[in-house]
Design a protein around this ligand. Structure first.
Ligand code: FCB
Length: 473
């Protein structure tokens, strides 16, 4: 019997479990703006976005969606949607600007205001401690490849937990440490833009360590009922063929993209094959006794972010010397990434909801007993307000419908999925793409900051009110 059997079905509607959490997600640097206010100092994303050529159009998060000054208006939007939960992130450089020393009360006050408003609206606050905005001073001291950053993070986690512990329902330590480590320190397409294979592996390990240390800090400071979690962007992998070389390419990508995080966090060990794959890069001596035990500090749920699958084949010729900077240490010279067929979003990402179903079933099998939450899923399209003021985004509705149906199918198949957070509430600063990509279900006209619910927002509100989706969008 699955959780779904407890609820009556009406017509063709795919109904979700009664206590399923319906949410939307955002991140501090992408929406807050107010980059220099109330004591906030630059993060690596402030620096990176100011570096010519790094972010499209020279965009920065200086103003973003001006959420810092529009909390009440944005919580009112959440209320209109009827969400049960709201996932946001806390900006470390707002709370502890240099990454050391005492907290800035004004920075914490902002999150006190936000969480108070959410709770008054009956919405559960889901807070992520790190969504990529490392204080620049810590980057200057070595950033995530430096072990000390993990201890700094645990201290900051303790500060946030002391201040907000009785207001936040779910704490997430890190958002997508794979992206932060490998795009930030490997390929360099994200802040801080460094390109070093060993740097990216060191960063990844220090993220795992930081996560475990932060879980301990949180447990010591928040009420026992608070949920503690981690969000990973796991790769749903497809082998080009069943040939052993293609399967080995998948194994390599899986090792660095997925198991480098899953194995330490859930089993207290490193993937041995990755250690072998990367032997020419590092001997992993930066992993100290006890680190993996720390990383495996028990958590209450796993957050899964999913947008599209990844298709992989063996490299065509025998591996030569490493060429361009890569996000795939240990795999880069052995694999080819292939296009996935089908429709694409404005990011040029394929629309393939089966990948989400596959991923959730893999986690059902690999991590029995670990509740799962889809903490991000959504799509960018070329949205605009038409002359009547409406924003028609049928492709996004179709994308969301397909992916929610995939989640439903996964629950029917026995995956313990407790909630779904749509990325994103608002159009926002999409990292290296700046404002050129719109992921919101609420349109933001950046010059005026006017918010307009897109058709997908009305559709999502209806889904939440009905507790499920129809057989078709
Ligand atoms: C994820 C990030 C999120 C957003 C989406 C589109 O990787 O966590 O901030 O940019 O992608």
């Amino acid at each position: 019997m699955t959780a779904l059997d407890a609820r009556p079905r009406t017509g063709a509607t795919l109904r979700f479990p009664a206590r399923f959490r319906w949410g939307t997600a955002t991140a501090a640097y992408q929406i807050e703006g107010a980059a220099g206010e109330d004591g906030r100092t630059p993060s690596i994303w402030d620096t990176f976005s100011r570096t010519p050529g790094k972010v499209r159009n020279g965009d920065t998060g200086d103003i973003a969606a001006d959420h810092y000054h529009r909390v009440s208006e944005d919580v009112a939007l959440l209320r209109r949607l009827g969400v049960t939960d709201y996932r946001f992130s806390i900006a470390w450089p707002r709370v502890q600007p240099t990454g050391r020393g005492p907290a800035v009360q004004k920075g914490l006050d902002f999150y006190r205001r936000l969480t108070d408003e959410l709770r008054r609206a009956g919405i559960r606050p889901v807070a992520t401690l790190y969504h990529w905005d490392l204080p620049q001073e810590l980057e200057d001291a070595g950033g995530w490849p430096n072990r000390e950053t993990a201890y700094r993070f645990a201290e900051y986690a303790g500060i946030a937990a002391e201040a907000l512990g009785n207001r936040v329902a779910t704490w997430t330590t890190l958002n997508e440490p794979w992206c932060a480590a490998f795009l930030g320190y490997g390929s360099g397409v994200h802040a801080p833009g460094r390109t070093s294979a060993v740097g990216s592996l060191r960063a990844a390990h220090h993220f795992n360590l930081a996560h475990g240390l932060a879980v301990r800090a949180l447990r010591g400071a928040v009420p026992a009922a608070a949920e503690v979690s981690l969000t990973l962007n796991l790769h749903a992998l497809r082998a080009h063929t069943d040939a052993p070389q293609d399967l080995d390419a998948v194994r390599r990508v899986d090792a660095v993209g997925n198991r480098l995080f899953l194995e330490p966090v859930f089993h207290g060990r490193l993937p041995e094959d990755l250690v072998r794959d990367t032997a020419s890069v590092t001997d992993w001596s930066f992993v100290r006794d006890g680190d993996l035990r720390t990383a495996a500090e028990p958590i209450d749920s796993l957050g899964v972010n999913y947008y599209s699958p990844t298709a992989v084949a063996a490299a065509r010729s025998s591996p030569g010397p490493s060429a361009a900077p890569s996000a795939w240490a240990g795999a880069e010279r052995h694999v080819r990434f292939l296009p996935v067929a089908g429709p694409r979003t404005a990011m040029d990402w394929p629309v393939d909801s089966d990948g989400l179903h596959e991923l959730l079933l893999r986690l059902r099998d690999d991590l029995p007993g670990v509740p799962l939450v889809v903490t991000e899923n959504g799509a960018a399209y070329e949205d605009y307000a038409d002359p009547s003021g409406q924003v028609k985004d049928p492709e996004r509705v179709a994308y969301l419908h397909a992916h929610l149906s995939a989640v439903h199918r996964a629950i029917e198949d026995g995956a313990d999925v407790r909630g779904y957070f749509l990325w994103s509430l608002l159009d926002n600063f999409e990292w290296a793409y700046g404002y050129s990509k719109r992921f919101g279900i609420v349109h933001v006209d950046f010059p005026t900051q006017r918010r307009t619910l897109k058709d997908s927002a009305h559709w999502y509100a209806d889904v939440i009110a009905r507790g499920g989706v129809g057989a078709s969008a």
